[in-house]
Design a protein around this ligand. Structure first.
Ligand SMILES: NC(=O)c1ccc[n+]([C@@H]2O[C@H](COP(=O)([O-])OP(=O)(O)OC[C@H]3O[C@@H](n4cnc5c(N)ncnc54)[C@H](O)[C@@H]3O)[C@@H](O)[C@H]2O)c1
Length: 310
């Protein structure tokens, strides 16, 4: 395992599920971990300090260093307090894992304004706010002459990169997080900070109703949340200093470095198209029409696995 001793990590939404697995894995690799979790319901409502506290106890019980934080990651000032807590409690910040998230699924025709706003806010602003304050900290350190090896690891979703019915709010936020990753990776490279992204698959309270696959009685469980975390630990290592701007799809032991939007079909002319000629060309080049393949097909092409039992 890469040695992360002396490094300080923040994992948001680390009170349960995938974030908890990341926090435990980072701590096992030697990092001190700030375990952030609002302790919200799956829909984002409520506040409970217990989940974050329990993960801190698990880490300290195993001999690691950890501290709890109950801030809402989508609160700009709260996110700043979170970043400052890592520096105050452990003297520095090296790794920020943006993982906190909620769900409010609904078909677009019925989606309420609140369902849209809440999901966009927790995911997109909840990635922006901690990233913004961590970036300011690393820029300051870099300007002071430190050799910064900062790490940001974001959390997208197969829903965001392949598109899942019933999740226009969530998928739009998760696609936004993949785009955010590409841009922030380019902006922060000059300060020695890498920015990557996971599109995970795990059995948690978020997916327990979606996945038909229960845990196997014995042997490898591809949907164990802990399968998501070796990638986080690997990306956090000093040796991964030049791996940035990537979105990784993870299913069990299958990890794809995804290709996002690529150049695709080219419809080229040396002058402006007129709409009639363009329509003719579109119909000719797509004789059977064209439509997104959907999330299951995307996942099968990626990890060779489907969300549902075969
Ligand atoms: N489980 C999967 O298969 C899967 C697939 C794709 C993406 N994801 C993403 O992975 C991340 C973790 O999901 P999970 O499955 O572990 O879900 P989870 O519900 O088990 O954990 C999410 C945690 O985030 C916390 N949280 C919610 N809003 C918060 C806020 N505003 N501030 C701080 N903490 C907050 C919750 O209290 C919860 O403990 C999410 O971003 C999710 O969208 C999960």
């Amino acid at each position: 395992m890469p040695n992360l001793e002396g490094k300080v990590a923040i994992v948001t939404g680390a009170g349960r599920g995938i974030g908890r697995a990341h926090a435990l894995a980072l701590a096992a690799a030697g990092a001190s971990v700030v375990v952030n979790d609002l302790g919200a319901a799956l829909s984002g409502e409520g506040h409970d300090d217990t989940p974050a506290q329990q993960v801190v106890e698990e880490i300290t019980g195993a001999g690691g260093n950890a501290a709890a934080n109950g801030e809402n990651v989508a609160d700009f000032a709260g996110a700043q307090r979170l970043i400052h807590q890592a520096i105050d409690d452990f003297g520095r910040l090296d790794i920020l894992v943006n993982n906190a998230g909620i769900l409010r699924d609904r078909m677009i025709v019925n989606m309420t304004e609140q369902e849209w706003d809440a999901v966009i806010n927790v995911h997109l602003k909840g990635h922006f706010a901690p990233t913004r304050h961590a970036a300011a900290h690393w820029r300051e350190r870099s300007k002071e002459g430190d050799e910064v090896r900062g790490r940001i690891i974001n959390t997208s979703s197969p829903s965001g990169v392949f598109g899942n019915i019933g999740q226009s709010n969530y998928g739009a936020a998760k696609a936004g997080i993949a785009g955010f990753t590409l841009i922030v990776a380019q902006e922060l490279q000059r300060y020695g900070v890498t920015v990557n992204c996971l599109a995970p698959n795990a059995r948690t309270r978020m997916t327990e109703e979606t996945f038909d696959m229960g845990a196997p009685a014995d042997g490898f469980d591809p949907l164990d949340p802990a399968n998501m975390s070796p990638l986080v630990v690997a990306l956090a290592a000093d040796d991964a200093q030049h791996i940035t701007g990537q979105v990784f799809h993870v299913w069990g032991g299958a990890i794809n470095a995804l290709h996002g939007w690529d150049a695709g079909e080219l419809f080229a002319r040396d002058e402006r198209w007129d709409a009639d000629a363009l329509l003719h060309e579109l119909v000719e080049r797509f004789p059977d029409g064209v439509a997104p393949p959907g999330m299951i097909a995307g996942m099968q092409a990626a990890g060779g696995q489907s969300l549902r039992a075969q």
